[in-house]
Design a protein around this ligand. Sequence first.
Ligand code: SF4
Length: 591
Amino acid sequence: MDPSASESVKEKRSRHTVDPLAPEFLPLPPFEQCFPNSTKEFREAVHEPTGTVIHVPFRRVHLSGEEPYLDIYDTSGPQNISPQIGLPKIRKEWIEKREGNGDQRLTQMFYAKKGIITEEMLFCALRENLDAEFVRSEVARGRAIIPSNKKHLELEPMIVGRNFLVKVNANIGNSAVLSSIEDEVQKLQWATMWGADTVMDLSTGRHIHETREWILRNSSVPVGTVPIYQALEKVDGIAENLTWEVFRETLIEQAEQGVDYFTIHAGVLLRYVPLTAKRMTGIVSRGGSIHAKWCLAYHKENFAYEHWDDILDICNQYDISLSIGDGLRPGSIYDANDAAQFAELATQGELTRRAWEKDVQVMNEGPGHIPMHKIPENMEKQLDWCNEAPFYTLGPLTTDIAPGYDHITSAIGAANIGALGTALLCYVTPKEHLGLPNRDDVKAGVIAYKIAAHAADLAKRHPYAQAWDDALSKARFEFRWKDQFALSLDPTTAQEFHDESLPAEGAKVAHFCSMCGPKFCSMKITEDVRKYAEEHGYGDAEEAIKHGMDAMSAEFLAAKKTVSGEQWGETGGEIYIPKHHVAEGKNTLAP
Ligand code: SF4
């Protein structure tokens, strides 16, 4: 065989799954390796109305000496289970009991409005250290959602809302160019290992149904999709051939598989499309552009808008949350906050209120590319026009000048809008605008967004957020290097960076690192000052510093010397240049 031909077969195999019914899954580094000194633990509770026992996961970080452990919210899901088998179906019993009641609707909002606390609500309350009744009331009000399709039995429920921890979504999914089920399942596992709270399967191209099936059966976090992508594949990529029937059939197919939330761009109305004509970057949302093209081709209203009630009737039978898409979001700083964007947002508000009437849980998608000074207006209008339904934003990217670093340009915007109340932050990876992200890009995106989300939690003064910072700061100040690594969002990277210059085991107890070195380590100096205070019987370090400074000052004055050792009158050691050295009219020594 021609060696180049064999190479091309190999290459093809690495790009595309050979058998979608039996993918060749690859192992990932295990939990213990990713999080040294951490264990997975479970908090047990009884759901009183049904007597069901639920087990809520969290990560326990064990610290050295007498330091107490720290429990952290955990999204990593059950470990060491072959993807071929799939995750345990923890919600099976919950759903069976509920379905036996013959309830008219099956959504969390339906039960919340009736005053019923479901197993999912209790699960979320324990995860967030909050009262279950508070969770129920927020869901009933529409201010929070628990995306949880009754067919996604592997789900560990989580809540999205402005009064809860800020959450992070990771987009995965293959494309027509790269379609490997193995890679996408790995990205799911990798994203949730590092903290993704939800994932969206944005697959296009081949094996869409099978890819989604493997993802759902291996996902302990809610899975969202954009059903119009698959509907378009069904009509060979020709937007004009889309019909409500094809779309409806796709919604039901995905609902049956267990998709927890649908992004539907029902707010892209025919009359809004001309508003994008003068934009720098037009319509950048894939879903938005498909609907816009269809609307223009037939000069008809968006079929998703026209059939909104039919969509709601599907969603409230499965408990699928709606993520009302922002198909007209700006795709550049130039287009930020324009008329098209806000026209669609107003329609999102109308669609939200209609969904609530049918007990469907809703969140609103938001931009996009927005400079920092224009971010608050987005949050204010969404709160006002969409009645405080959770806001779910893509970034926003705060500048367009850094392809390759858009996880950073967007995490800046995400932290900003998160602090203002956005509940779910859709990550952006370094590959944004450039290519399909790989596993490493997924991790970089998730970590950047965990930082943004946590920074927002701190700014919102979430009651438990700062405990994590305080534990890490204390470990850092006390030179407990291994504790500092263990408490990091990404312990392995933190340790690798430290060990790059000081790899010896002894350096893990050293009172400095290679950044400033032993003589200039400010934390070591502070430690010495505190020790000095203790040894000399001063109440605190401040008193010791003052006493030490007074003593030095007296010494300098007696010797008629400056702090840098020169006799009075000499130059070079003074903080301010003596007046007679400054040329007339100048305030520098430059000629
Ligand atoms: S050497 Fe500098 S960076 Fe390193 S621990 Fe000390 S103060 Fe911190």
